[in-house]
Design a protein around this ligand. Structure first.
Ligand code: SDX
Length: 428
């Protein structure tokens, strides 16, 4: 639904259109603004800009609501599993039992990577950050799968989507195994998606590996929480890369690169390092003071969010999962958890954080949980990327299949030197 509006800008009366969504803020369509006024809008960081129309995920930052295709995240995390969430994000509806069986089969049949990918890993130092390996190896997939890079072909788009969702865990497990000098473990297709990933990470050839069902369920739920999140920085990167017609593997590699930043998906690694640096509860006031000090670049990692100005609904579920995992592993008094709980309590009662609406986000607790499961800190963002791959793919497909889609090409406010003539070297 839409309605015409007029806007006065610099003595000009503009006839624009307001478009209404199903829920959430409406938008003013400014596509004709430059043609009508010769002016651009200006919104670095896109705090007030809708970059696209989407039917996939909706966030209400004030109410702390997150919906995947209309279903609340807490219900999906409670009752569903990650592959069901993948189907929902890709197709828009929860699968019937038959659709679920077919989808599982299709994903499972793509879990292996080309054998030559192993040689690709040998080129990295063992201490390479897993995200550097993931950016490279995901991009390298486009060198192996030329039969699914024609984005104009619907079948090729779907095969590329299946390959990406199925192979990301295999590559992430290979990156981990390579970093610790252990042999790669092949996927085992009679295991569910997340159990298969745990086995590829932690099994060794010399003994039987039994998946702990509580840990597998917890990690599967963590993947659900991280699967998609509207037009966040890495998803916007994937959409912009895809708008040029780049192949899906290259677009996902661009998303992996963007997610790596500590302000985004790298925050789970940074948050755990921050908790380790704080070390004990008595040091918390010092770090709170640093976070509030304008002259100190320190920020409380795992706190704050561009959209959530209320508690991140994922963080609540994450906190519950953390306690489940620590109990299952018999970890009674994890000092990091003590620091995290006390930091959260103090921050949520501190006027600075209340005024700026800074609540714990999903990254605040995920690190404690993943560390307890046995993952090194350096693998945390790779696990985030594993889960977000389906969101990136679903958003990429939605963009490619939008008949009005065109290459993204923002403009700028130029404040550099006006035109001037070249000065010969001897006259400078
Ligand atoms: C993710 O976009 C998504 O959806 C991302 C994500 C997803 O699923 O894709 O949810 C995943 O990236 C979660 C966020 C993880 N990042 C962190 O935890 C890093 C720490 N958080 C901050 O860097 C920050 O909160 C951001 C980047 C998350 C949001 O930054 P904004 O929206 O640009 O807000 P801002 O930087 O303008 O901050 C507003 C104010 C500032 O103070 P003033 O300049 O107004 O005086 O709040 C302050 C900031 O200094 N502030 C913080 C703070 N975060 C913001 N102060 C202390 N500690 C913090 N963590």
């Amino acid at each position: 639904m839409s309605k015409p509006v007029s806007l006065n800008v610099a003595d000009q009366k503009l006839d624009l259109t307001v478009k209404y969504g199903t829920i959430g803020p409406s938008v003013v369509d400014i596509a004709k603004l430059y043609a009508q006024t010769g002016m651009f809008t200006y919104d670095p960081g896109f705090t007030s800009t809708a970059s696209c129309e989407s039917k996939i995920t909706y966030i209400d930052g004030d109410e702390g609501v997150l919906l995947y295709r209309g279903y609340p995240i807490d219900q999906l995390a409670e009752h569903g599993d990650f592959l069901e969430t993948c189907y929902l994000l890709l197709y828009g509806e929860l699968p019937t039992p038959a659709q679920r069986t077919d989808f599982n089969y299709r994903v499972t049949r793509h879990t292996m990577v080309h054998e030559q990918m192993m040689r690709f890993f040998q080129g990295f130092r063992r201490d390479a950050h897993p995200m550097s390996v993931m950016v490279a190896s995901v991009g390298a997939l486009s060198a192996f799968y030329h039969d699914s890079t024609d984005i104009a072909d619907e079948n090729q788009r779907m095969i590329a989507s299946m390959r990406m969702i199925a192979k990301f865990p295999t590559l992430a497990a290979m990156a981990y195994k390579y970093s610790i000098g252990q042999p790669f473990v092949y996927p085992q297709n009679d295991l569910d998606y997340t159990s298969n990933f745990l086995r590829m990470c932690f099994a060794v050839p010399c003994e039987e590996y039994k998946v702990n069902p509580v840990l597998s369920r917890a990690l599967d739920r963590i993947f659900i929480l991280h699967a998609d999140h509207e037009q966040n920085a890495s998803t916007s990167t994937v959409r912009l890369a895809g708008s040029s017609g780049a192949n899906p593997f290259a677009c996902i590699a661009a998303g992996v690169a963007c997610l790596w930043g500590p302000a985004h998906g790298g925050a789970n690694e940074a948050a755990l390092k921050m908790l380790q640096e704080i070390g004990t509860v008595d040091k918390i006031p010092h770090y709170i003071a640093r976070a509030k000090d304008k002259n100190d670049p320190f920020r409380l990692m795992g706190f704050g969010h561009r959209v959530y100005k209320n508690y991140d609904p994922r963080a609540k579920i994450m906190q519950k999962t953390t306690h489940e995992v620590l109990n299952e592993l018999g970890i009674k008094d994890d000092p990091l958890l003590d620091v995290a709980m006390e930091l959260e309590r103090i921050a949520l009662s501190d006027s600075y954080f209340i005024e700026k609406k800074l609540y714990p986000n999903i990254d605040f607790y995920s690190g404690i949980t993943l560390k307890a499961m046995g993952f090194p800190t350096s693998m945390f963002t790779a696990l985030f990327a594993l889960a977000r791959t389906v969101g990136w793919i679903a958003q990429w497909k939605e963009m490619i299949e939008d008949p009005g889609q065109k290459i993204g090409r923002p403009r700028q406010l130029y404040t550099g030197a006006p035109q001037r003539d070249y000065i010969p070297t001897h006259m400078r």
